[in-house]
Design a protein around this ligand. Structure first.
Ligand code: GLN
Length: 483
């Protein structure tokens, strides 16, 4: 029989709402899975068992009195450690914030609390969300639940590993260039990067503000839609938050008549053949369900990555100026003020973060600004124009999430450029601001999960859920890996 922790979030809350189990039982089940697996996986940076028990008790009362009835009541969930949680340490995976305890909740976090979900802890990640293997955390790497010598993907690797291993029912990640979708893909779970501005960034520790977006990581598409629905809201505290009123989510309509496009460039030789095959199989399944599928030339595919890294580093260099040892976080000692700055930042930031601050400062400096930063902004615009044209012809674009399945741990840290190349399929959604989802789609010859990416025009998450559901139902992908 399937263990409770291997069920979806919606299945778990249904049992809670019907009174078959209590919120506390759901929590204890998850905590016992954590005890069994966490030493090996290292998905969490902070666990709050006592706090979670208090929440579960309080929520149970509200369920009884009928005050809380939503689809996520009582569900134990985890949050990436760059999302602020009131009274609970939030490190962003960095030594510089090792002891930082926020005085407030991020809006997405607050929304989940209102929905009655139970926060169990904060998940491990690449330092300041810079990376795609979850190896640059000050506390050490996350391991992939499928094969522990593999990366869980990044930068939200802790969230994806925790969901895949049944250490929680759902989690939040953040995605600036693929950090929700890639770990979801490598761990065999679902990850959504919502339309920019639909989920508030208030309380999300900034990496590249024009692209950062919080998104759900879940066991299946229905859970993903439910978490998305709970966290998306207009928020006056985020100046880029969207005021558009969202339509009620209906993802049960199927894909009859849906126009699906596959960029031919995506299926190049550098793509692992099993992933290319998975994209083709997914296309066949969508076709069999009533969609039309066509390959087309998207164009400018090679421009997205350099534009992304130039803009991301530029914004990061500016966003990370605040860590100077004065306001909060680590403060090193030094003889003079500038020595304190220098020591704090040298000791507090890891190598990858320092590299990006240097690159970004360079791209923004006088004399190079036009040559790099401004050019990257122009490319960004061209990439978006291309996607707008494509979304005139197609409702959904289908493709891979990453060029390879989960890499071996330690393989990429020596070669940053090779690591950056793994983002080739994911960064466009952040440059454009449009939504994209990663849906698990079987495994490769080594038994590692393969993910499929679907993207759509702004605010069309509904299309992603509809198409994602068809792929998921055909594949019955909700398998779990508890030991
Ligand atoms: N891998 C990309 C980067 O390092 C994306 C990270 C992210 O989405 N946070 O910038």
């Amino acid at each position: 029989m399937m263990e409770l922790v291997d069920m979806t979030a919606l299945a778990c809350t249904e049992k809670i709402r019907k009174g078959e189990i209590s919120a506390m039982e759901a929590l204890e089940a998850v905590l016992s899975r954590i005890r069994a697996r966490e030493d090996a996986l290292h998905a969490f940076l902070t666990l709050d068992e006592e706090g979670a028990r208090r929440q579960a008790e309080a929520i149970q009362k509200k369920i009884k009195s009928g005050e809380l009835t939503g689809p996520l009541v009582g569900v134990p969930f985890a949050v990436k450690d760059n999302i602020c949680t009131k009274g609970i340490r939030t490190t962003a995976g960095s030594r510089i914030l090792e002891n930082f305890v926020p005085a407030y909740d991020a809006t997405a976090m607050e929304n989940l609390r209102k929905a009655g979900a139970v926060l169990i802890g904060k998940t491990n990640m690449d330092e300041f969300a810079m990376g795609n293997t979850s190896e640059t955390s000050f506390a050490g790497a996350v391991r992939n639940p499928w094969q522990e010598d593999r990366s869980a993907g990044g930068s939200s690797g802790g969230s994806a590993a925790a969901v895949a291993a049944g250490e929680c029912f759902a989690a939040l990640g953040s995605d600036t260039g693929g950090s929700v979708r890639q770990p979801a893909s490598h761990c065999g779970v679902v990850g959504l990067k919502p339309t920019y501005g639909t989920v508030s960034r208030y309380g999300l520790i900034a990496y590249a503000s024009s692209m950062d977006q919080i998104g759900p990581i879940t066991k299946d598409v229905r859970d993903c839609a439910a978490v998305y629905d709970a966290i998306a809201s207009h928020d006056p505290k985020d100046a880029t938050s969207n005021t558009r009123k969202r339509d009620a989510l209906s993802y049960a309509e199927g894909v009859e008549g849906l126009r699906v496009g596959i960029p031919s460039e995506f299926l190049s030789e550098s793509l692992q053949p099993e992933i290319a095959q998975a994209v083709r199989t997914a296309a066949d399944q969508l076709k069999a369900a009533g969609a039309t599928v066509e390959e087309f030339d998207l164009g400018l595919c090679n421009a997205a990555l350099p534009a992304y890294y130039t803009i991301a580093c530029a914004e990061a260099s500016s966003n990370l100026e605040r860590y100077d040892g004065m306001k909060y976080g680590l403060r090193a000692s030094g003889e003079s003020l500038s020595e304190v700055y220098r020591q704090t930042r040298s000791q507090g930031f890891g190598a990858e973060v320092r590299r990006r601050i240097l690159l970004g400062t360079f791209a923004l400096s006088e004399g190079f600004y036009e040559q790099y930063y401004l050019k990257a902004l122009k490319l960004r615009r061209l990439v978006r124009d291309n996607y707008d044209r494509a979304f005139g012809r197609f409702d959904v674009i289908l493709g891979p999430v990453a060029p390879e399945t989960a890499p071996r741990l330690g393989g990429q840290t020596e070669d940053p450029v090779r690591a950056y190349l793994a983002d080739i399929y994911t960064v466009a959604a952040n440059l454009t601001g449009y939504p994209a989802i990663s849906v698990p789609f079987g495994r490769d010859g080594q038994g590692l999960p393969v993910g499929i990416q679907l993207s759509a025009a702004a605010f069309r998450e509904d299309l992603l859920f509809r198409a994602g559901l068809v792929l998921e139902e055909n594949h019955k992908v909700v398998e779990h890996y508890g030991k």
